[in-house]
Design a protein around this ligand. Structure first.
Ligand code: HEC
Length: 301
């Protein structure tokens, strides 16, 4: 085997690998390049963006327009300069969101609107910049529902009313909303009755089990929630404390002596065993110390 030839091949391989690493580019998918900001940039957004920039970006990219970025590999560069400014808003947004070593991924660090605010701020350094039409598609188009709840004495039922916000910011009763009722218990919530769907007036009626245990005053904590497993709505639940339960005096978890309770409420047997074992251990330690002293005395004498 020719050693020289092998070494040469290895060298070529290493060079190719090194070339690949340095030539690695930061590609932004085309559909991401086309993304535009959800709203027209305002001076307030630019001001907010400046704060976000100072806190999150300046440590590497320096002050925009001052070319005082930190010498890293690859170089972060000045974001006020042509190389960054010739990119679309969507492209810059994608880079901020996804990051690339050593630049952090800001997806979970900077909220989405603040990421746009940074771009609004950076664009103030580009006199040639004209903002493209904001995208309407990022606006929420699902139903925005708010629930309310009350107890109707005449019918002895809980009435949950659903309202939804309309496009013109008006409110209207929301029909066809699936509502579920829960009663607060020691551990989490317990569903009461079946799921109901609101009628044309946005109302859903829930029968109440007559024997439902309440607290000592008969109060029950109830929440009404929208059933929206696919997360297509923005729903605000309703909560109320209603005096419709059977008064039940039930000691709280830490009110009686029990082994899970606080120290003052521990069971007597637990206190005794614990104290006894501590005494035995200490007694043993004292016994050892005394014995050692005795041995020393013996050896000296
Ligand atoms: C830890 C250092 C660091 C921080 C913090 C940082 N960046 Fe970067 N950034 C870089 C580096 C390094 C590059 C170059 C990456 C490359 O070219 O592969 C870069 C590249 C970019 C680019 C692409 C620039 C170009 O010319 O193509 C943009 C845009 C950008 N950063 C925006 C930001 C914004 C906005 C923030 C703050 C929210 C930020 N960066 C925070 C290090 C950082």
């Amino acid at each position: 085997m020719c050693f020289k030839k092998q070494f040469f091949l290895l060298l070529i391989f290493a060079a190719a690998l090194g070339f690949r690493v340095t030539a690695q580019t930061w590609v932004v998918p085309d559909d991401q390049k086309a993304v535009t900001a959800p709203a027209k940039f305002t001076p307030a957004m630019q001001k907010q963006g400046e704060q976000v920039y100072t806190k999150n970006c300046q440590s590497c990219h320096g002050l925009p327009g001052k070319d005082n970025w930190v010498k890293l590999v690859p170089p972060p560069g000045d974001l006020a300069k042509e190389k960054a400014q010739k990119q679309t808003d969507g492209e810059i947004f994608y880079r901020i969101t996804t990051g690339k070593v050593p630049m952090p991924e800001f997806r979970n660090i900077i909220p989405e609107d603040d990421r746009w605010n940074v771009i609004a701020y950076l664009r103030t350094f580009n006199p040639k910049y004209v903002q493209p039409e904001p995208s309407a598609k990022t606006a929420f188009t699902g139903r925005i529902v708010t629930l309310a709840m009350q107890y109707s004495e005449p019918v002895k039922k809980i009435v949950v009313t659903a309202h939804e916000k309309l496009k013109d910011n008006d409110k209207a009763p929301a029909a066809g909303i699936e509502v579920m009722l829960y009663v607060k218990r020691f551990f989490g919530n317990m569903q009461v009755g079946d799921m109901k769907t609101t009628n044309a007036k946005g109302e859903a009626f829930f029968e109440f089990p007559a024997d439902l245990p309440g607290n000592s005053a008969g109060n029950v904590d109830i929440t009404a929630q929208v059933n929206d497993p696919k997360n297509q709505m923005k729903a605000t639940p309703a909560a109320a404390t209603l005096a419709i339960g059977v008064p039940t005096s039930r000691p709280g978890l830490t009110e009686t002596r029990a082994w899970w309770s606080t120290r003052g409420k521990a069971p007597i047997w637990l206190l005794l065993t614990y104290t006894l074992s501590v005494l035995i251990v200490w007694g043993f330690i004292v016994y050892i110390v005394v014995s050692v002293m005795k041995i020393r005395k013996l050896s000296q004498g």
